[in-house]
Design a binder for this molecule. Sequence first.
Ligand SMILES: Nc1ncnc2c1ncn2[C@@H]1O[C@H](COP(=O)(O)OP(=O)(O)OP(=O)(O)O)[C@@H](O)[C@H]1O
Length: 253
Amino acid sequence: MDARPIIAARDLNLWYGAAQALYSVDMDIPEKQVTALIGPSGCGKSTFLKTLDRMNDLVPGIKITGSVQYRGTEIYDSKVDVTWLRKQIGMVFQKPNPFPMSIYDNIAYGPRTHGVRSKSRLDDVVEKSLRGAAIWDEVKDRLKKSALSLSGGQQQRVCIARALAVEPDILLMDEATSALDPISTSKIEDLIADLKKDYTIVIVTHNMQQATRVSDKCAFFLLGRLIEFGDTTELFSVPRDKRTEDYITGRFG
Ligand SMILES: Nc1ncnc2c1ncn2[C@@H]1O[C@H](COP(=O)(O)OP(=O)(O)OP(=O)(O)O)[C@@H](O)[C@H]1O
C-alpha cells in the first residue's frame, strides 16, 4: 500500500482557448519516488507537468478545472502564493537555461531572492547544491566563470543545482536529457536515482528506455487522457490497456 500521495490530481481538465488538452486526469504521485510521464507527441505530458507548479498560469486563454493538491493544499486556490509554490516545486527544462552570469551566481540567485544575504551561508548553499547535482568537482575551481562556458550536460546539472538551491520538495523535469549526449544523459539518470532519496521527482520523457531505467511509477497519456498509471515494471511488462501495449511495443507514436 502506497503512502499518502504528495500530489493528488482529480478530474483535471485544461483548455488552451477552445482546444482541450487534458481530460479528467486523476493521478496520485507518491513521495520520494520517480514518476515518469510518457506518451506520443502532443498527448499532454508537458501540459500536465506544468499544471503541477502553475507554470501555465500566464498562457492566454487557458482554463483549468478540477483539483490539484500538493500535501493537501489546493494549489489553484486564490490564496496560494505562487512564489511559495514554485519554491516547493522546482522545474528543470528541456534545454539547459543557465542565467548569463557566473556559476556561483546562478546557484545563489534563488536563495538571494528568498532573502539569504550571508556570504558564508551562500557559499555553503552553492557547494551543497552543486554537490547534490553531481557537478561540484567539475566546477569548484571556476565558480566565478560564466555558466554559459560549460558544456550542455554541465549546464543542465548547474540548472538542477539551481533548482536544488532553494530546497524544493519536488523536482519536475521536462525532457531534461533530450538535448544531451548519451554520457551526459547517463550522468543525469544516475543523478535522478540519487536525488530521489531526498526529493520527489516527476519527469517527462520520450525515451521509454529512460522511463524503465529511472522511474518507479509511470503514466501513459494519449490525446490528453491518462490511459494507464502504475508501477513502471508492471506497466511495461503487463500493460492493462491495449493502447498502452501498442505504444510501448512501438506500434504507434
Ligand atoms: N501554450 C499553448 N497554447 C496552445 N496550445 C498548446 C500550448 N501548449 C501546448 N498546446 C497544445 O496542447 C496539446 C498538448 O501539448 P503538450 O506540449 O502538453 O504535449 P506533450 O505530450 O508534452 O508533447 P511533446 O512530447 O511533443 O512535447 C497539444 O495539442 C499542443 O499543441
